[in-house]
Design a protein around this ligand. Structure first.
Ligand code: MLT
Length: 266
């Protein structure tokens, strides 16, 4: 694990492997870069991989003012990290919240993006119902800490099959979420609530795009992924059988296979 100070924030990251183009992977909420362990094992012998912990998760401290946390700010940190490591245009992959950051990176720092992997994510901004849910989650975490939120997320993100039959995956997801700090969670919820709508930019995307979705993803279901892939010129859609929202963690072999196949054809 390494640290780079970007605009005053000490960003923890992993920089591993070799090979081009580099791959930048952005984690989901409320997990951290450890969620990519299986991808590192499978891919780092052929590709250089850069995995940051976004502020408030893993080893990266939350930003001083949770209320001022934005997805665009996360994207600026990722672009700053890439510049500090001398990483040129990369394949930028994000799962769910990581995908929101990937869209922002493409909008704000297009020179950093050679291709996109949009996993279990959505282009649209939050609806009023989702904003209300996030407001409640912020109140809950502010009053009680993150344990209740983590249990809700474990219940919502994993597929029924994973929850019923794969206790080790459930435990792993729970452990990855327990690393989050209350301030980081409150900040990330604020950032997600206020993120820009990426739908208008879909038809203008000119880099290769892979859209991946778990067959049983509840928060960002396959029909949402299919509509997003349809709107992006030339995008490829892959559905990961049996997986829920955390497809890279629930079905790593299938996820790695579609990712590797995309990377080798670039
Ligand atoms: C995630 O997995 O990153 C979250 O489900 C994103 C969200 O809450 O919109």
């Amino acid at each position: 694990m390494a640290v780079a100070t970007i605009s005053g924030t000490a960003v923890h990251y992993v920089d591993v492997g070799r090979g081009s183009p580099p791959l930048v992977l952005l984690h989901a909420f409320p997990l951290h870069l450890g969620m990519w362990d299986e991808q590192v094992v499978a891919l780092s012998s052929r590709w250089r991989m850069i995995l940051p912990d976004l502020p408030g998760f893993g080893g990266t401290e939350p930003l001083a003012d949770p209320g001022a946390t934005t997805i665009d700010g996360f994207a600026d940190l990722v672009a700053g990290l890439m510049a500090s490591l001398g990483v040129g245009p990369a394949v930028v992959g994000g799962l769910s919240m990581g995908g929101y950051v990937a869209f922002s990176l493409l909008r704000r720092h297009p020179e950093t993006v050679a291709a996109l992997v949009l996993a279990d994510t959505r282009a649209g901004a939050d609806t009023p119902e989702v904003i209300e849910r996030r407001n409640n989650q912020q109140r809950q975490v502010g009053e009680e800490g993150t344990d209740g939120l983590v249990e809700t997320m474990v219940g919502n993100l994993l597929s029924d099959d994973t929850k019923a039959n794969r206790p080790e995956v459930v435990e792993r997801a729970r452990a990855l979420m327990h690393g989050c700090s209350p301030a980081g969670v409150i900040g990330a919820l604020e950032a997600m609530k206020n993120r820009a709508d990426a739908v208008p930019m879909l038809e203008q995307v000119r880099v290769p795009v892979l859209v991946v979705v778990g067959e049983h993803d509840g928060p960002s279901p396959p029909d949402v992924a299919a509509a997003m892939a349809d709107a992006i010129p030339g995008a490829r859609l892959e559905v990961v059988p049996g997986a829920g929202h955390l497809s890279s963690l629930e079905a790593p072999d299938a996820f790695n296979q579609v990712l590797e196949s995309f990377l080798t054809r670039l």
